[in-house]
Design a protein around this ligand. Structure first.
Ligand SMILES: Cc1ncc(COP(=O)(O)O)c(C=O)c1O
Length: 387
């Protein structure tokens, strides 16, 4: 018998779709998966070399629970250089992916009956972690016309005395929505009136932005609020290191200490080899990112043009990350719901994820982190399946 807490949690539907695609592939079908959220690029060679060197050096033992001093310093450098956040290494925690940091931060602070505000469509794990913690999810709907971003007025209307967290994700998964500095300052003004609200700023996709200009983040735009902002980052998406399982977070000391206390009883320290590799990722050359970003941008433009040319589909241009959130409302009369539409696409050889899995409306998310030829073929198949 599973616990009441786990009974409140649904399995990840992105994983379910990937598993189904794998089954069909194993049965001999040619399936192109646009359902998974990881870059198709190889991990940079200097990162691989650092992992090998760590193994050879016998760097295979427990480390400090919140991460090695070396990596916490490298992460502090990353927060400063890439996000503009000045933070001492003592206010940085290293965890097994950004996911674990989010899990620990919420579990460490939420009580039954607390409310957590989540802009929808959302990253699949946010609401499930909140429910596991016994708190209530308060969805804040957004739409393509509004750039999939919440407004300050919407936030003000949603906050109650029970609100404990606001989860912000910029650039966002699954929409690519990216908050400009002035909108963050507007959100900050509202937050100043509600000191009980903590903010998770999930900036894990910050290096993958396509609009020129510097990335805006709440801890920088509203420094007076930094004491209640946890900024989550990592190497999974930016450095194609999803399998290494390293995330880094910066925040107030009390929260970082609380997360470390929980981490000490869950996973303990993040993998020592992965930590050495992440030091190389943060301290090594970053110029490959320019090339990756350009290639992602070209794929994004290809996807947006091809999808918007299919009658019944509409996708706005995402500002960051590597996803398109596609509205397929006009096709619902034909398919019934977006799950049925996604199964239809799977039969035509393309795996995508239904928008409803992300708390969104009728449609689907595609990940354009796939190689160019496969992406072009997938777009042809989608067009054929729907016209
Ligand atoms: C918005 C967002 N946050 C956090 C994560 C967690 O990343 P990881 O645990 O792989 O570092 C992901 C991964 O898909 C994500 O999309």
């Amino acid at each position: 018998m599973i616990s009441e807490a786990l009974a409140r949690v649904a399995a990840s539907r992105t994983t379910a779709m990937t598993d189904r695609a794998m089954e069909l592939r194993a049965a001999g079908h040619d399936i192109i998966s646009l359902s998974v959220g990881e870059p198709d690029f190889a991990t940079p060679p200097h990162v691989i070399a650092a992992a090998k060197a760590a193994l050879d050096a016998g760097d295979t033992k427990y480390t400090a629970v919140p991460g090695t001093q070396r990596l916490r310093e490298a992460a502090a450098l990353h927060f400063q250089r890439d996000l503009g956040i000045t933070v001492p290494p003592s206010q940085v925690i290293v965890s097994a992916g950004g996911k674990q940091a989010i899990f620990h931060a919420l579990l460490a602070t939420l009580n039954a009956g607390d409310e957590v505000l989540i802009p929808a469509p959302w990253w699949v794990s946010y609401p499930e972690i909140v429910r596991f913690a016994g708190a209530d999810v308060v969805a804040m709907p957004t739409d393509a016309a509004g750039g999939f971003r919440i407004t300050a007025a919407q936030l003000e209307a949603a906050i109650t005395p029970k609100t404990r967290w606001l989860l912000l994700n910029s650039p966002g998964n699954p929409t690519g929505a990216t908050y400009p500095a002035e909108e963050l300052r507007g959100i900050g003004e509202v937050l100043r009136r509600h000191p009980q609200v903590l903010v998770m700023s999930d900036d894990i996709y910050a290096p993958l932005r396509y609009t020129p200009g510097t990335h805006a983040t709440l801890a920088v735009e509203c420094p007076d609020l930094a004491e209640r902002v946890l900024t989550v980052s990592g190497v999974s998406k930016s450095h194609a290191m999803t399998g290494f399982r390293i995330g880094v977070s910066a925040g107030p000391l009390w929260l970082i200490s609380a997360m470390a206390r929980l981490q000490s009883h869950s996973s303990g320290n993040p993998a020592s080899i992965s930590q050495a590799a992440a030091v190389a990722a943060f301290e090594g050359p970053q110029d490959f990112l320019l090339d990756w970003r350009e290639r992602f941008r070209a794929r994004r433009d290809l996807c947006v043009a091809a999808l918007n040319a299919i009658p019944g589909l509409y996708t706005p241009v995402p500002d960051g990350a590597f996803y398109c959130m596609v509205d397929a409302g006009p096709l619902m009369a034909r398919f019934g719901d977006d799950e049925a539409l996604c199964l239809h696409l799977l039969e035509h050889g393309v795996a995508v994820v239904a928008a409803s899995a992300f708390g969104g409306g009728a449609g689907f998310r595609i990940s354009f982190a796939a190689d160019d030829a496969r992406l072009e073929e997938a777009l042809r198949r989608i067009a054929k399946a729907l016209t």
